[in-house]
Ligand binder design. Structure first.
Ligand code: RP5
Length: 162
């Protein structure tokens, strides 16, 4: 199946975080591709990727980066596909640098920014799937069932309080 979601990251060192987005897409059986694309080390590739994505059938881009995390914003500057930015938890500043680099976009070029680290990557996968579910009733049902499952897990977790 052709990928509908593009998961890109600034470095292979971001994979430990970004794999959580891919885990969700695997679980939901949403076809995706994953690729290292660096805003600073491969800027031409970044532009080529962003410009070609829609024509290749990609519907949402999830972009993760850490530190001076310019990848999500620069990709968003070159496409009108929805871009979800994942701030990777950096060593030096614990991801606050990544968060601020991604979230503070100028008006007119949106990046949907999620939380720092694993929770953010997980939610990026879910949010991308939820965007696709607008026109995919089967996927909407799968997402509804997942919500119901997490609700039941919370309700049953009271039993763990011993
Ligand atoms: C960013 O610099 C990447 O997104 C990564 O989070 C960070 C560090 O990259 P490496 O030096 O580990 O390749 O571009």
């Amino acid at each position: 199946m052709n990928p509908k979601i593009g998961v890109i990251m600034g470095s292979s060192s971001d994979w430990e975080t970004m794999k959580h987005a891919c885990d969700i897409l695997d679980e939901l059986q949403v076809p995706y591709e994953k690729k290292v694309v660096s805003a600073h080390r491969t800027p031409d590739l970044m532009f080529e990727y962003a410009e070609a994505a829609r024509g290749r059938g990609i519907q949402v881009i999830i972009a993760g980066a850490g530190g001076a995390a310019h990848l999500p914003g620069m990709v968003a500057a070159k496409t009108t596909l929805p871009v979800i930015g994942v701030p990777v938890q950096s060593r030096a500043l614990n991801g606050l640098d990544s968060l601020l680099s991604i979230v503070q976009m100028p008006g007119g070029v949106p990046v949907a920014t999620v939380a720092i680290g694993k929770a953010g990557a997980t939610n990026a996968g879910l949010l991308a799937a939820q965007i696709l579910s607008i026109t995919d009733a089967e996927l909407a049902n799968i997402l509804d069932a997942r919500r119901e499952m997490t609700k039941q897990q919370v309700l049953e977790s009271t039993g763990d309080l011993v």
